[in-house]
Design a protein around this ligand. Structure first.
Ligand SMILES: Cc1cc2nc3c(=O)[nH]c(=O)nc-3n(C[C@H](O)[C@H](O)[C@H](O)COP(=O)(O)OP(=O)(O)OC[C@H]3O[C@@H](n4cnc5c(N)ncnc54)[C@H](O)[C@@H]3O)c2cc1C
Ligand SMILES: *[C@@H]1O[C@H](CO)[C@@H](O)[C@H](O)[C@H]1NC(C)=O
Ligand SMILES: *[C@@H]1O[C@H](CO)[C@@H](O)[C@H](O)[C@H]1NC(C)=O
Ligand SMILES: *[C@@H]1O[C@H](CO)[C@@H](O)[C@H](O)[C@H]1NC(C)=O
Ligand SMILES: *[C@@H]1O[C@H](CO)[C@@H](O)[C@H](O)[C@H]1NC(C)=O
Ligand SMILES: *[C@@H]1O[C@H](CO)[C@@H](O)[C@H](O)[C@H]1NC(C)=O
Ligand SMILES: *[C@@H]1O[C@H](CO)[C@@H](O)[C@H](O)[C@H]1NC(C)=O
Ligand SMILES: *[C@@H]1O[C@H](CO)[C@@H](O)[C@H](O)[C@H]1NC(C)=O
Length: 498
């Protein structure tokens, strides 16, 4: 492909002045790579303007991601296709991104301008083992499709709570589930990973075959290989209680106290799950509390949730139903097609810090309140010892949290908006809020260093949050399995270990 003066000018105007030569070189390398890929993989490769390309390039949650334009999109249907794709990309020194459910929010995380996107959506096979204790899941499936098949068999796995989230991204970063009190996070429940290594070879990675890499995949994100299949521990699961309950903001003190107590008491009944969101409604200029309450058995009023249900609510969708239904409901409240950012930090369990962080959020909202299509939420989730006691399963995950850290609260902000002109001030608001929230927690000795990869914004230093020992261990494992930096340089997007 020839680059015209207009195209070069356009690239320069996009603020790429300094790296212009590199970019142009990389883009033409990818044109060659795409031609070779099309010869090798035929209709699994699509180019811009083709309806397959356009449809797939639209399947991202945030607009920042769907506006990326790869030179071609590759949609492999087996691990061998992924391996072949990787080999061609390496031979041409062409950069790439890998996509599962496409829910990472920032540009470049799982889609890439002027390079190649590998879309795992057709790795969508689900196989239940004869003993029903393991379910093998293709790395491009979304959770509601997994649950649809498992609910019909009264089985389940530890996975996402929103239906359109991908198995790949959620499981590689950690993975908080409604069942985490019983089993830990999704990463703690992977028996085996099928992985395409940097050299293109395909391996089963488990505690016996590659114990170091098995450790690294439980929190290491996209730095170690392309996972093509997850073999997940499964368990019997019938209908359960779940739904969203809306409260007026004057109930925040009672909700905060209920959350604090839930966090302490969760180990006594790990079937409970809570997400507390403090949401600003620009049209009304008010805040509301939206609380997800779940219980893993078909019981309508479990004691572990009674402190929440005793608070008078505006409305609730609480009901006994199946997991598929709950994940479809959550997905419908988090529509795609907006500009999005999410950020995260963690604190120790404390009512006053919850109260003060909410006040901080409310006090800073006016700076962005008039942005069009704005929907900002501050979300608090208990990371109880019931949950973290499972972080030692199968030799332990890489996250750097132990039950000895006590009950923790994961705090994330999630902001949706529509106008690109508001990007700068919204990112500034988010960064300011996070740094002032962390500073407040530090000043009271309530800060915890962990930064949850799945909720983090691009500027956040995820792997430092795992602590110096785990970070160094992950770096050494990366060096061993990816010595030429295929997954950290040729795949530039998302959180990098080196
Ligand atoms: C609306 C919404 C609801 C959410 N709910 C939850 C929740 O309930 N629990 C929770 O823990 N998190 C939740 N998250 C966070 C979510 O886990 C992360 O956004 C996660 O990264 C999404 O995974 P994905 O596969 O959909 O994303 P993608 O954007 O496809 O992938 C994210 C990253 O992982 C990499 N990756 C994906 N698959 C593979 C693979 N097979 N091999 C190698 N690398 C891979 C990609 O390259 C990319 O860098 C939610 C996010 C949103 C937006
Ligand atoms: C679009 O791309 C697909 C996949 O490569 C191919 O099968 C199809 O023929 C293309 N369609 C058009 C109209 O070129
Ligand atoms: C799950 O619940 C929904 C809503 O009640 C229902 O339509 C669906 O058939 C259920 N699925 C299974 C597998 O039970
Ligand atoms: C699942 O459990 C329900 C309720 O106990 C039962 O009616 C149904 O037959 C079970 N289905 C399967 C496939 O075991
Ligand atoms: C409910 O709240 C009370 C204090 O009001 C507390 O003592 C109790 O432990 C809480 N129960 C649960 C299950 O969190
Ligand atoms: C999630 O919601 C979107 C609408 O924003 C819809 O297009 C999509 O089909 C839903 N996916 C699932 C798995 O429910
Ligand atoms: C929106 O609010 C900001 C910050 O308060 C202000 O500077 C800006 O002028 C406002 N814009 C509009 C269109 O009202
Ligand atoms: C953070 O907050 C939102 C609430 O809007 C919640 O639904 C979501 O799962 C959390 N995570 C991310 C990545 O936004």
């Amino acid at each position: 492909m020839k680059w015209t003066a207009t195209a070069l000018l356009l690239l320069a105007l996009l603020g790429r002045g300094e790296s212009l030569e590199v970019d142009v070189a990389s883009i033409s390398k990818c044109s060659v790579a795409c031609t070779e890929l099309a010869l090798a993989l035929r209709d699994k490769v699509s180019l811009p303007q083709n309806s397959t390309y356009e449809l797939e390039d639209f399947q991202y949650w945030s607009n920042q991601q769907s506006s990326q334009r790869p030179t071609c999109r590759v949609t492999p249907s087996c691990a061998e296709d992924v391996s072949l794709t990787l080999t061609i990309l390496k031979a041409n020194n062409c950069q790439f991104a890998v996509k599962s459910g496409g829910h990472a929010s920032f540009a470049g995380a799982s889609n890439i301008d002027g390079a190649v996107t590998i879309d795992l959506r057709n790795l969508n096979e689900l196989v239940v083992s004869e003993s029903k204790t393991e379910v093998s899941v293709g790395a491009g499936m979304v959770w509601s499709s997994v649950y649809l098949e498992l609910d019909a068999r009264n089985l389940s796995v530890v996975g996402g709570r929103s239906g359109a989230i991908g198995v790949g991204g959620l499981t590689l970063g950690g993975g908080i589930s409604f069942f985490s009190g019983r089993y830990g996070w999704a990463c703690d429940n992977v028996n085996n990973y099928e992985v395409v290594f940097a050299d293109g070879s395909i391996h089963d990675v488990n505690e016996k075959s590659f114990p170091d890499l098995y450790f690294a995949l439980r929190g290491g994100g996209n730095n170690f290989g392309i996972v093509t299949r997850f073999d997940l521990a499964s368990f019997e699961q019938g209908k359960m209680l779940g739904g969203q309950t809306l409260y007026t903001a004057d109930n925040m003190p009672a909700l905060n106290t209920a959350l604090y107590n839930f966090n302490i008491n969760h180990y006594k009944d790990p079937y409970g799950a809570v997400i507390l969101a403090y949401v600003y409604v620009p049209a009304e200029g008010i805040f509301l509390a939206s609380v997800d309450l779940e219980y893993g058995k078909p019981e309508s009023n479990p004691a572990i949730l009674a402190n929440f249900t005793a608070i008078p609510s505006i409305e609730t969708t609480a009901r006994i139903t199946n997991l598929t239904d709950l994940t479809i409901e959550l997905n419908s409240t988090q529509p795609s097609g907006f500009r999005e950012t999410f950020w995260v930090f963690m604190v120790h369990n404390d009512v006053q810090i919850l109260t003060d962080i909410q006040a901080l959020f409310a006090s800073q909202i006016p700076a962005i309140a008039n942005a069009s299509g704005l929907l900002p939420a501050l979300v608090m989730q208990p990371i109880s010892t019931a949950i973290t006691s499972h972080f030692t399963s199968n030799g332990g995950n890489a996250l750097g949290i132990t039950a000895a850290d006590g009950a923790l609260l994961l705090i994330n902000i999630s902001i949706a908006w529509t106008d690109i002109a508001d990007d700068d001030r919204i990112m500034e608001f988010a960064a300011n809020f996070i740094s002032s929230g962390v500073a407040l927690a530090k000043s009271r000795n309530l800060a915890h260093r962990y930064i949850y990869q799945n909720y983090a914004a691009a500027p956040q230093d995820v792997f430092t949050g795992y602590g110096p020992i785990n970070k160094a261990r992950l770096q050494a494992i990366h060096q061993k399995y990816d010595p030429t930096n295929v997954f950290t340089k040729l795949q530039p997007g998302y959180f990098k270990i080196n």
